[in-house]
Design a protein around this ligand. Structure first.
Ligand SMILES: Cc1cc2nc3c(=O)[nH]c(=O)nc-3n(C[C@H](O)[C@H](O)[C@H](O)COP(=O)(O)OP(=O)(O)OC[C@H]3O[C@@H](n4cnc5c(N)ncnc54)[C@H](O)[C@@H]3O)c2cc1C
Length: 466
């Protein structure tokens, strides 16, 4: 490893760390602490030219590369790779007149939203503003504005990338239509992205927040959620979350081990009528709804912003009728007071996600009307096993109502893009991967791979053993 480190240091200007170096453990540890990645080196590229120099060297030396912005979605696919981190690529430019953001690959949503908010604009972020823009967009991105704008990746107009041949390219719908299509939803398997340009939209009149009740109100809140989502216009996004606060000392005593139910709201425009249904439910212990600007959207769900160990599972629901919510509550409710799933969330989708979009990337759309996600803390293998077991039980109980598909950004370990794309889309992605990265230099967290039994090992660069 020391030899690789020495060679890499002659190639790039950014910091290079290999196992045994001071700072390697910290630099190789992702945001989600439940996933341990055994990478052979970490290279913090200084800029796009540095990234290109690294790619040329890695291609010649047959060293596979994985890339990280914030580390929110690590997977074991990075094992044996040289991990490229983009944290130094932190430039943000807002062109308010053109309603466009130009960001470098290392930026998270929060600083972009803050800069956009100064002009009354917003970008199509997800629930957490500490998530990286690049990983989110490359995976499609299903966030607060998905009902009115579709997948967030639709907003991407251009990407600055380094391709596997070491070329720095600006990829647009006109310059490289296939690569542009693959990068908007297919993940990090096709090129190393150094920056991107995407559309912003008017966010004046933004409103939102969380209403939180004790779990005793769950039945009433779920019934109101079903009715409110049936009435909701596209500008209104409603997410239902069953919360089991973990019994950890860092959780405030009044919430520790307690079960609650929340409805999170973000509304663009005069579309808040259905919220009356929640206002009729007594006993709310918190109501943070208020006019918002874009910089405050990431706080609506009160998600943790510090690194933590967790397992997440996502599934698309074909319906959220009474029988489905009954099955969900029966399977997800904590047994014996405390359950392993800290969050069981149902997001209302629909709207623009269901409409064909002429210039959509490979993410396309989502026909299913609801997205279920299950999250549990995984500080130890025992916790992790309990989370996996309960998640499996919930999924089994809901199996008749799940489509079996999931958005790319909801893939968990052991899953592949075959759970995201139909066979035709997957075949086109594989063909583009083969054309742009025939030696398998780039290793995404969820690589586009042929279905089992159809792999050609000669096209996949061998991992470096640590
Ligand atoms: C708290 C939390 C909330 C979330 N909320 C949502 C949500 O509302 N909607 C949603 O759709 N998703 C959501 N996600 C999932 C999130 O979008 C994905 O985890 C996303 O991949 C994170 O991107 P990142 O850059 O932060 O993470 P990273 O782990 O840094 O990157 C993820 C992957 O993106 C690729 N990648 C990153 N940078 C580059 C690059 N420069 N070049 C090439 N490839 C690159 C790599 O394959 C990398 O493994 C959430 C995740 C968390 C942890």
């Amino acid at each position: 490893m020391a030899a690789i480190g020495g060679e890499l240091r002659t190639v790039v200007r950014g910091r290079v760390l290999v196992p045994g170096d001071e700072g390697f453990e910290q630099a190789s540890t992702p945001w989600n602490l439940a996933v341990r990645q055994r990478v052979s080196a970490v290279v913090e590229v200084a800029d796009a030219a540095d990234a290109a120099a690294l790619v040329r060297f890695a291609a010649a030396a047959e060293l596979p590369l994985s890339t990280r912005a914030t580390g929110h979605s690590p997977s074991s696919a990075a094992d044996g790779t040289v991990l490229v981190t983009t944290r130094a690529l932190d430039g943000i430019e807002i062109d308010a007149a053109a309603r466009v953001a130009r960001v470098q690959a290392g930026v998270a949503w929060q600083p972009v939203l803050e800069r956009a908010a100064a002009y009354g604009l917003a970008g199509a972020c997800g629930s957490s503003a500490v998530v990286g823009v690049t990983g989110y967009m490359l995976g499609g991105g299903v966030g607060w504005f998905a009902r009115s704008r579709g997948y967030a990746a639709h907003a991407v107009r251009a990407l600055e990338v380094v391709t596997a041949d070491g070329d720095q390219r600006r990829v647009t719908a006109d310059s490289e239509p296939d690569l542009f299509w693959a990068l908007r939803g297919g993940g990090g398997d096709f090129a190393l992205v150094t920056g991107m340009e995407f559309e912003l939209f008017d966010a004046t009149g933004l409103f939102g927040g969380r209403i939180l009740w004790p779990a005793e109100r769950t039945e009433a809140v779920v019934a109101a959620f079903r009715q409110a989502t049936a009435e909701a216009e596209e500008g209104l996004s409603l997410w239902l979350t069953l919360i089991q606060f973990p019994p950890f000392p860092e959780v405030p005593e009044m919430l520790r081990g307690r079960a609650m139910v929340a409805v999170d709201v973000v509304a663009l425009g005069a579309v808040t009528g259905p919220l009356r249904l929640f206002e009729e439910i007594p006993g709310a212990v918190l109501d943070t709804r208020r006019p918002l600007d874009a910089a405050q959207v990431g706080g609506v769900c009160m998600e943790p912003t510090d690194p933590s160990p967790a397992r997440v599972r996502g599934e698309l629901l074909a319906e959220f009728s009474g029988r489905v919510s009954d099955a969900l509550l029966a399977a997800a409710a904590p047994q014996g007071g405390v359950g392993p799933l800290a969050l069981v969330q149902v997001r209302h989708l629909g709207g623009a996600l269901t409409r064909p979009c002429a210039d959509a990337g490979c993410a396309g759309g989502i026909a299913e009307p609801y997205l279920l996600s299950l999250l549990g803390p995984a500080p130890t293998p025992d916790f992790e096993a309990a989370v996996a077991e309960r998640s499996d039980a919930v999924v089994d109980a809901l199996r008749p109502y799940l489509s079996g598909r999931k958005p790319f950004t909801y893939l968990d370990s052991g899953e592949t893009p075959a759970a995201v794309f139909d066979p035709v889309t997957l075949a086109r992605l594989l063909e583009i991967k083969d054309r742009y990265d025939p030696d398998g230099l780039f290793r995404s967290n969820f690589p586009v791979i042929p279905p089992l039994g159809e792999e050609d090992p000669s096209r996949v660069a061998a991992p470096v053993t640590v």
